[in-house]
Design a protein around this ligand. Sequence first.
Ligand SMILES: Nc1ncnc2c1ncn2[C@@H]1O[C@H](COP(=O)(O)OP(=O)(O)OP(=O)(O)O)[C@@H](O)[C@H]1O
Ligand SMILES: [Mg+2]
Length: 430
Amino acid sequence: MPTSDIAIGLDIGTTKVCVVVAERDGRGQLNLLGKGHAESEGLQRATVVNVQRTVDSIRAAVADAEQESSITVGPVNVGISGTHVHCITSDAEISINQTGLVSESDVRRFLQKARANIRYLDMENEIIHVIPQSFTVDDQEDLPDPIGLAGTTMKGSALIVVGQKTKIRNIRECVEKAGLQVGSMTFEPIASGLAVLKDREKRGGVVVIDIGGGTTEVALYLNGALHHSAVIKIAANDVTQDIAHGVKTLHEVAEEMKLAHGFAYLGEGAGDDELVVAGVEGRPEKYFSKQSLTLIIEARMMEIFEMVRDVLRESGLYDSLNAGAIITGGGSLLPGTAELASRVLGLDVRIGYPEGVSGGIRGSVDSPVYATVMGLAGRVFEQPISGEPPAGSEGVPPPPQPKPSGAEPPEGGSKGGGIADFFKKVWDQL
Ligand SMILES: Nc1ncnc2c1ncn2[C@@H]1O[C@H](COP(=O)(O)OP(=O)(O)OP(=O)(O)O)[C@@H](O)[C@H]1O
Ligand SMILES: [Mg+2]
């Protein structure tokens, strides 16, 4: 099978490293060919702290995926996250080319200008994505897709996703030391959104919240475009750590208690059961009330959602989230999470599972834990407006060549036009 038809997503998370090998099937879905999963031991809060351990985890996950798919893993689309990543909105204005009709090349110039506006802000950082938000052609405002429209000037805004050079380099080094080639890099909340969101949700206004082990990622979409994103340094491992402190036990025992008995908030059903806590290294077992366990969990989960609420308020778009919130990541599997989130955020909430996946082993990624990695693979098939590298590229190579096909993107969303479709043409020039 030619590897150019294959997409590889690599999610190097705080608790697990995950690789998927997929191809696009005739219906535009992602046909899952193989998946690899390994415990991650070299990261803290989505940032590499131990190169060799990270490399070992990547190798183990890749070996699994190669065995299951019988495909040698080629260039990967690797996820980037961590609190060092942040977003800046940049406005730009250009003159439309001599034909008087907005062309793809005009849009490219617009993106380059938006990018140039912030290039010299901070030498420690590099640009990961430049994402168009909306355009104004002469006096026509809020245009989702300006191509082909007549006018003399075009202005608009773009969201620039920026990350710390050294931390991005660490990810690249680990991937390369594991024997892989970095084909492209994607900010993880963008990937999670791609896997779980419907286009109409993106148009209506929605926030994706990925509660991982070490970080909680927030991505806010409006009018089909990403408008804001942030990474919060509190997540599901902090819940486990709080249990360990409260119960006075090891992290591993606390994790087992969370998985077996955890609930996100103290409801009527908590009761006054006593849970048996395994004795550690020959110590006697002890008892801890389920109610106390739930109180510990609720306090931390509330804090996470309050921080998400702060991010939404700061974005200025809180009141525009008519399609509510979607929660992904392992933290979303804690029973009661959607209800608690809905209470704190005041939004309709659902848990996000990867959509548009086909193939006999698709069930193996049918979990919010795999939203990021499936989005990373799906993004490889997004159509760039052209292969032209951005002026003064910050060292991130262009994405792998997309499969030339008229098939629908793997999102499984509705067809409508607008900026969501436009994004499928405009690769946010890495
Ligand atoms: N069934 C479950 N119930 C409750 N919590 C769960 C469940 N499964 C996983 N988790 C929690 O989810 C977290 C891991 O989530 P995930 O795999 O999304 O993290 P990650 O991608 O490795 O980390 P990050 O995105 O922060 O780098 C752990 O804290 C784990 O305890
Ligand atoms: Mg993650």
